[in-house]
Design a protein around this ligand. Structure first.
Ligand code: ZN
Length: 372
């Protein structure tokens, strides 16, 4: 029989079950694995695989299950996983200051990049021993970008805007990498370089390196471009082929693209320009589906504390070392897979195995007779 835990510790909004159990265990001085065994049951009689039983957690904490489910997405049968990130990440420290027992790990909605109330940079989630916690007091444009981002989501829906923003990040990263000739010498990258140097100081390129902060350097402009890519009318215009003799739609699209970055009369002719690549390959396609937490979670509710993510950490350190050499954040972002997004090879300077795989799959699809 499960006994009631003496201290009333509420869960934090969006918290993972594991984070909540770890905090409960810390505060009550109980071993986490024991706590997990109390509130879980084997799946299909397999002793090694266990699943959380909401009623047991309710009994242990003395909190009604429906109240727990309001905070813990994993206990809520109505959670729309497609609207949440696929990786738990540290919550804003001020939002969760009243929750004892350690750092709250939570699942944020796809659109959460900064905490409005306390002005901390939140996401996308990072790998690394100590995820970057950056206060944005010197970055009002990042905070206003988060507000614009929220408006886009209310207008077009979370998944459309997620798709648009992930592509906008890649497009901005390629512009940043290509430099002045892409943008007639008026590009924003001086601003991106400046922000990057503020976010990741040159004096500590390796230690302070963070993919998340590289994204922060271009976030405001990426949101601006995402507004264009998510717009249904501009999607249709962009899908018209480059050099179409019947319409000027593609040029109208690039002109609007440039205007949003402060570039007048922007008509890039290189078909490999990232805006053209997006228009050719993604504008006519349905939006991509984000990866969800249940399909990506590893050892987070099975009662086994996962060890350090060795492979991910090794890649993180490798990226930090490359970054420290010349501080090419643009390169870092082109090759980084945004959490929750499928691999997008469209903007790579050279196509790799994924592109070949995609071509093979497309060829297979063509040879398979369709319905009817
Ligand atoms: Zn906060």
């Amino acid at each position: 029989m499960l006994r009631r835990l003496p201290l009333p510790i509420p869960p934090a909004t969006g918290e993972t079950v594991k984070s909540y159990l770890q905090r409960l265990a810390t505060v009550h001085d109980v071993i986490y694995e024991e706590m997990w065994h109390w509130v879980s049951a084997p799946i299909n009689g397999n002793a090694k695989q266990r699943i959380i039983i909401g009623e047991r957690l309710a009994a242990a904490t003395g909190r009604p299950l429906d109240r727990l489910a309001e905070a813990l997405p994993e206990l809520d049968p109505d959670t729309n996983w497609l609207h949440l990130r696929d990786t738990p990440q540290p919550a804003c420290p001020r939002c969760t200051a009243r929750h004892p027992g350690g750092t709250v790990m939570r699942l944020f909605p796809l659109l959460a990049y900064a905490c409005h109330r306390h002005h901390y940079w939140l996401g996308p989630p990072d790998v690394g021993e100590s995820p970057a916690l950056r206060h944005l007091s010197d970055f009002p444009d990042l905070l206003s970008a988060q507000r614009r981002h929220g408006r886009l989501v209310r207008l077009y829906g979370p998944m459309t805007v997620f798709d648009a923003l992930v592509h906008a990040f890649k497009i901005c990263a390629v512009l940043w990498k290509n430099g002045p000739e892409e943008t007639y010498g008026h590009s924003r990258w001086w601003l991106w370089d400046q922000r990057l140097d503020q976010l990741i100081p040159k004096t500590d390129s390796v230690g302070a390196f963070s993919h998340s902060l590289c994204y922060a350097a271009i976030y405001p402009e990426a949101v601006t471009i995402a507004g264009l890519l998510a717009h249904p009318v501009w999607r249709v215009k962009a899908a018209c082929p480059l050099g179409d003799p019947d319409t000027d739609h593609r040029w109208e699209f690039t002109c609007e693209f440039g205007r949003r970055l402060g570039l007048e009369d922007y008509y890039p002719e290189d078909p490999k320009h990232p805006a053209h690549l997006w228009a050719d390959h993604h504008a006519p396609q349905p939006c991509m589906t984000p990866a969800t937490f249940p399909e990506h979670r590893v050892g987070s509710i099975d009662g086994v504390s996962p060890g350090p993510p060795v492979r991910a950490l090794r890649k993180h350190h490798q990226a930090a070392r490359y970054f420290a050499k010349k501080r090419y954040a643009a390169n870092t972002l082109i090759y980084h897979q945004h959490p929750g997004a499928p691999v997008i090879e469209t903007y790579y300077p050279q196509s790799g195995p994924y592109a070949r795989q995609r071509m093979r799959l497309a060829a297979e699809q063509r040879t398979t007779p369709g319905p009817g």
